[in-house]
Design a protein around this ligand. Sequence first.
Ligand SMILES: N[C@@H](CCC(=O)N[C@@H](CSS)C(=O)NCC(=O)O)C(=O)O
Ligand SMILES: [Fe+2]
Length: 230
Amino acid sequence: MNRPILFRQLFEHLSSTYTYILGCPITKLAVIIDPVIETADRDSELIKELGLTLTYGLNTHVHADHKTSTGELKKHFPKMQSILSEKSGARADKYVAHGEKIKAGNIELEARATPGHTNGCVTYVNHAQGMAFTGDALLIRKCGRTDFQQGDVHLLYKSVHEQIFSLPDDYILYPGHDYTGQTCTSVAEEKKFNKRLAKSEEEFVQLMKNLNLPYPEQIEKAVPYNMRCG
Ligand SMILES: N[C@@H](CCC(=O)N[C@@H](CSS)C(=O)NCC(=O)O)C(=O)O
Ligand SMILES: [Fe+2]
């Protein structure tokens, strides 16, 4: 019998960040995606309760709105290695390139480079379960902003259309944040209903120019911390 993977979606309310745990039921090896410093103890306790050991701590990008807990989690799981894109320019134990596979027992994630929100953004795709972890490249019905950290509106449009919308329609997409209480979406839904990316590139560029969002409250502290502590 193919036993289902262990999967948890966790929320950190100060930055509205989602953290994901994926564990192999046989080897008990696990990965965590986008863990947050404020919830490091909660996450490590849950991982231990599930009988799992962390192999990798993945960041989808260098976050601007919160500090990552990949450094902190190494205190609980000394063999854990942090992972970031080779394009991020930040410190990490291991760098991933486009197309590279990350394995922990029967968990396998394909790293797809999805730059545009930052130049080091990665979407991690679990083909066996039909799931993708998009970080801030794609949020439910919207997307990450492109007005700091080497943001590039044209590149984001290309990344999402070529690397995320090209996945099978029924793949479930798990975002880096949600500010409206939603948890996940699907490729089919976002191709049809995304308020920014379902539009033409020209319309998308205009929309993104006029977002007028205030900078994240923690940006001054979070970016330098995440550059050296992944
Ligand atoms: N108010 C929040 C920050 C909100 C924000 O800017 N979110 C980012 C993702 S975190 S880098 C974003 O890209 N948002 C796009 C959007 O349309 O909401 C805070 O102060 O932390
Ligand atoms: Fe971000």
